[in-house]
Structure formats: C-alpha cells, structure tokens
Design a protein around this ligand. Structure first.
Ligand SMILES: [Zn+2]
Length: 260
C-alpha cells in the first residue's frame, strides 16, 4: 500500500492509505456516511490544517484552506491498534465546503509508514443493542422518538467504561459523538444541581450514571441540542404516551448535515 505523502504540493489526491481509512469510517451501507463519501469524491486534499502533523483538509480543487474556521464537530472516528500504539482517524463535519481529516499515532510524531495492525474499531458501524465498539462492554441506551412519528429515531448511547457518549440516528444510521462537558452542564441545569463539587465535575457523569433516569438523560439531550445546534436542533415537549413509549419527545430537524 502506498503510504508516503507526495511532498507538500497541493491540491493532491488522497493517498491509498488515506482513502482506505476514510472509506472505513464512512461505511457505504449507511445513508449519512454515504452522503459524505459522495461529497469527498469530488474533493482533493487542498492543504494541511492548523492542528499540525497529520491533519489534512479536503475541499474543492482550486480552493484554499480556510484556517479561520472553528473546529467542526467530529463526524466519524476510528482507532487502529498497532505495534506503535493506537492510530486514531478523525473526520470532522463539513464546514464551508471543507472537511478536516486527522490521523494521529499515539506514540509517534508521525504515523509510521509501516506497522503491524492488531485490531481496529469505529463508532461508524455501531448499532443499538451492540456492545461498545471500543471496549466490548455493555452500553446504556436511551431510545427517543418524535411525538409525531412514533418510531425509533434516536438512541442516546453511553459507555461508562470509556467515558464516551454518542447518539445514533436511525434514519441516517450515523453515530455522533457528544462532548461530555457540554452535555453534563445541561444535565446539571435540568436537575438543578448547583453544588460545584458535582456540577463542575463532568467526569462524575459516568460514575453517577445510575442516578439519572432515562427521562433526565433525554431532557439534558434536548437542552444540549437546543443550545449546540451542531448536532440536533430540538424542541423539548412534554413526554406523551408514556406507557407505550417511555420517552417521547418532539425532536425537530435533527442532525444538520451541513452545519455552518
Ligand atoms: Zn466502551
């Protein structure tokens, strides 16, 4: 497999290895990721990002890297265990027609040209009901649907072991990582917890997870999305039909696919 970067001349094509990793974390059998594949197909590598070694920027040929853009939310993530430590591959949401892709090796300044791969995993292939893709432990799942559609639409998924949470979109079939600090803040506001020892310590979320009901977690999620419209633009309503659907909220306009 060709691995070396062809100098620093841009625009350039993706290397075989870059392409393989990108396609891996964007599985073609899922509509949300497939859409990104289509977009990336017509893009070139137009330069490097400001995060330094390992970050490339994809964009239309002839366009310049815009280094002033705020860092976009993560859209797809995968990790490859190797004899040089873990290599992580992070692809961010498209922003102003640019996509950042970062490949970083835990123990090396650069991703080595050759290495032995022992295992790889990605959130992109996870489905509700499955174990955590990273640690193979059980995931806490909270199902959500809009009041109108009455069908499974979103699953809030939490792995206490890895201290990660993400939301699965059943229509686009994508998993989006949620930063715990922002989410926890909304949970604290919702629960009206003001003790700074608890409210300011987002890591407690995973230890205290059993203290929070599904309803609490959904409330916090809706609040988070209303504020951070990067992931979901939601509108909290009263739970309805609680017997049949334990958690029913109207979530509107979920997953802005091309956030500003
Ligand atoms: Zn895990």
């Amino acid at each position: 497999m060709e691995t070396s970067l062809p100098g620093t001349h841009y625009p350039r094509d993706l290397t075989a290895r870059e392409r393989e990793w990108i396609l891996w974390i964007l599985p073609a059998d899922r509509p949300g990721y497939r859409e990104y594949r289509t977009v990336i197909d017509r893009m070139s590598v137009i330069g490097e990002g400001r995060r330094g070694n390992g970050e490339i920027i994809l964009g239309p040929k002839g366009s310049d890297v815009n280094l002033d853009l705020p860092l976009a939310p993560v859209f797809a993530y995968g990790a490859i265990d190797t004899n040089f430590g873990t290599i992580s591959v992070t692809l961010r949401e498209i922003s102003c027609d640019q996509i950042s892709v970062e490949s970083v090796c835990q123990r090396m300044e650069n991703v080595p040209e050759e290495f032995e791969e022992s295992r790889r995993w990605t959130y992109s292939t996870w489905m509700p009901g499955q174990l955590c893709p990273q640690c193979n432990e059980k995931v806490r799942e909270v199902q959500m649907q809009t009041a109108e559609r009455r069908q499974l639409q979103y699953v809030l998924s939490i792995c206490s072991n890895d201290k990660r949470l993400w939301v699965y979109d059943a229509i686009l079939q994508v998993n989006k990582l949620i930063p715990v600090t922002n989410y926890y803040n909304e949970l604290m506001l919702h629960k009206n917890i003001r003790d700074p020892k608890i409210a300011l310590d987002a890591k407690r979320f995973f230890f205290d997870l059993n203290n929070y009901s599904d309803e609490d977690l959904v409330h916090a999620f809706v609040r988070y999305n209303a504020l951070k419209s990067k992931v979901v633009i939601g509108e909290p309503l009263r739970p309805t039909d609680a017997t049949q659907y334990p958690i029913t909220f109207a979530l509107r306009k979920i997953f802005s696919r091309y956030p500003k």
